[in-house]
Design a protein around this ligand. Structure first.
Ligand SMILES: Cc1cc2nc3c(=O)[nH]c(=O)nc-3n(C[C@H](O)[C@H](O)[C@H](O)COP(=O)(O)OP(=O)(O)OC[C@H]3O[C@@H](n4cnc5c(N)ncnc54)[C@H](O)[C@@H]3O)c2cc1C
Length: 232
């Protein structure tokens, strides 16, 4: 079933067969990422402003947290128009011609408005999700935030109602006439992988098991839930 773009603004135009608008696909890509670029228009000078930051998806929203005094914090408090982008790089695509070099990726663009989360339950749910995203079960193991820490944390949300994803997979798309050129062509896979955890030097009390021993951190990598390759 072809799912249409939820609005003209999020309709992918070029190589539109790579577009995805299904909520589940968008959620799956977002759940594989850690960093988002938040674009807005700075009220001070009307110029574009892009801030990279951490995020987590919960249900139909992307959440970020920031200092209330930061530009990002102010933008969320003001309900500013925003555009968010998450990009996961899955491979370098080496073609037989310069023109057809490409990258395999899964990316999401979200258009919406910033909203400062003030409801205590939604705030806690978002903050819990941030910590659980680092390591499942961690929220209940660590000290929870104090009132002062909560006051120093602006939680912002953007709805996923207007979002698009784009996915490129598979080999280079070489021109027929280039197939005999004697140069290597193919894909160099890329992935985000966790290294061996390094305990903090100030760990003076027995700190329990390292993340590698139980939670699957060691060797954790993006789950690559992309659909099967499609050629252009
Ligand atoms: C790692 C990477 C490398 C890329 N390299 C190139 C390149 O070299 N040259 C090139 O032309 N394109 C490249 N792209 C694709 C690029 O992101 C755009 O899709 C492309 O510029 C075409 O945009 P458009 O004119 O169709 O859409 P636009 O008119 O620019 O945008 C319309 C709407 O489409 C949606 N959209 C557009 N692109 C994406 C996307 N990538 N992910 C999710 N939603 C999107 C957004 O909602 C946007 O508001 C790359 C993408 C990635 C992630």
């Amino acid at each position: 079933m072809v799912v249409e773009a939820p609005s003209e603004r999020v309709r992918v135009r070029r190589t539109a067969e790579r577009a995805r608008y299904e909520a589940e696909e968008i959620a799956a890509i977002l759940d594989d990422g850690y960093a988002v670029h938040v674009a807005t228009v700075a009220p001070a000078d009307g110029r574009p402003l892009i801030i990279p930051t951490a995020y987590v998806r919960v249900g139909t929203h992307v959440y970020v947290h920031a200092s209330p005094a930061s530009g990002l914090g102010r933008a969320f408090r003001a309900g500013a128009a925003m555009c968010l982008a998450v990009t996961l790089l899955d491979g370098l695509v080496l073609a037989r011609s310069a023109f057809h070099h490409s990258m395999n990726y899964r990316s999401v663009v979200v258009h919406g408005y910033g909203r400062e989360v003030t409801d205590p339950d939604e705030r806690e749910q978002a903050l819990r999700a941030f910590v659980e995203r680092v390591e499942p079960g961690r929220w209940d193991a660590v000290r929870g935030p104090t009132r002062t820490e909560l006051a120093a944390t602006m939680v912002g949300a953007v709805s996923l109602a207007e979002a698009s994803a784009k996915v490129r997979t598979g080999p280079p798309v070489d021109d027929e006439a280039d197939l005999t050129i004697a140069v290597w062509a193919g894909v160099v896979p890329l992935s985000l992988m966790a290294g061996e955890p390094v305990a903090a030097s100030h760990q003076i009390t027995p700190g329990g098991a390292s993340p590698s021993s139980g939670s699957g951190w060691s060797g954790r990598r993006s789950s690559r839930r992309a659909p099967p390759p499609r050629r252009r």
